[in-house]
Design a protein around this ligand. Structure first.
Ligand SMILES: *Cc1c(COP(=O)(O)O)cnc(C)c1O
Length: 243
């Protein structure tokens, strides 16, 4: 068995085990492949094993891989910082969900563009639960306000929330991030807004997916544990100045 197949098997085992511990059905937790820096041929290997939910962080990479991946049916999410001038490109690449909606001006521009072309889009609100300046996402205390604003755009459907937890060896601090996202989800559900159904909680990565599943994740986003270490540091993808 090749490495990707082995890694997928291992990650799936971790998910299943975490679900068992949490008393959850593993079918409730989707494995999303974070494919930044990964070559299309390697992504195709994962497809052939039945893992077809993928996400890129950069529009440029999404475009570069689009043609190569197109022949195999799959689902594209977007999980990176999205600049408004790249919206056009996102719409050309069959992205079905933008998980990283984190500000009003992006929602407004997305709505304008979608209206023009007669389309709609699922979105998750990205929340900065760790409070680190280096990470994107709306501040937790502003999340509800953003949800209310986004809900007014009929082309945008809020289907969930996304966060990148704190990178820390202190499990309880990481857990707090995920609990906060869950808590915000509950507050949003209580608002009972039309067009807002935040069922999905996209949280947990290679290092902390067990904690995220224990706290209610429905999507875990995994890169390194499947495709190996990346050559770029994550700040290359997450830092405002370089995005
Ligand atoms: C890279 C990335 C992941 C996956 O991280 P790994 O630690 O490689 O599993 C998840 N979410 C986002 C937003 C990412 O950029």
């Amino acid at each position: 068995m090749d490495t990707i197949a082995q890694n997928l098997k291992f990650v799936q085992k971790r998910i299943n085990k975490a679900c068992e511990v949490a008393g959850r059905d593993p079918k409730e937790v989707k494995l999303l492949l974070a494919t930044k820096t990964v070559e299309p041929t390697r992504i195709q290997q994962a497809f052939s094993l039945g893992y077809t939910l993928i996400a890129e962080n950069k529009v440029q990479e999404l475009k570069e891989k689009y043609e190569a991946l197109k022949p195999t049916p799959h689902t594209n999410h977007f999980i990176g910082h999205l600049q408004t001038n790249k919206i056009k490109d996102i719409l050309k690449c069959d992205v079905s969900c933008i998980e990283s909606l984190d500000r009003y001006d992006l929602a407004e521009k997305l709505h304008q563009k979608l209206s023009q072309v007669g389309r709609e889009m699922d979105v998750f609100i990205q929340v900065n639960t760790s409070g680190e300046e280096s990470k994107f996402g709306v501040a937790p205390e502003q999340a509800l306000e953003l949800v209310k604003q986004v809900a007014q755009f009929p082309t945008l459907h809020i289907k969930g929330l996304m966060t990148i937890g704190l990178f820390s060896a202190e499990e309880e601090k990481v857990r707090k991030c995920f609990q906060l996202l869950k808590n915000i989800q509950e507050q949003i559900i209580a608002l009972n807004l039309p067009n807002v159904e935040p069922k999905e909680l996209s949280m947990g990565m290679s290092g902390d997916l067990e904690i995220a599943i224990a706290e209610g994740a429905t999507i875990v986003r995994v890169g390194t544990a499947i495709f190996g270490e990346r050559i770029y540091p994550d700040s290359y993808y997450w830092n405002e100045k370089q995005a």
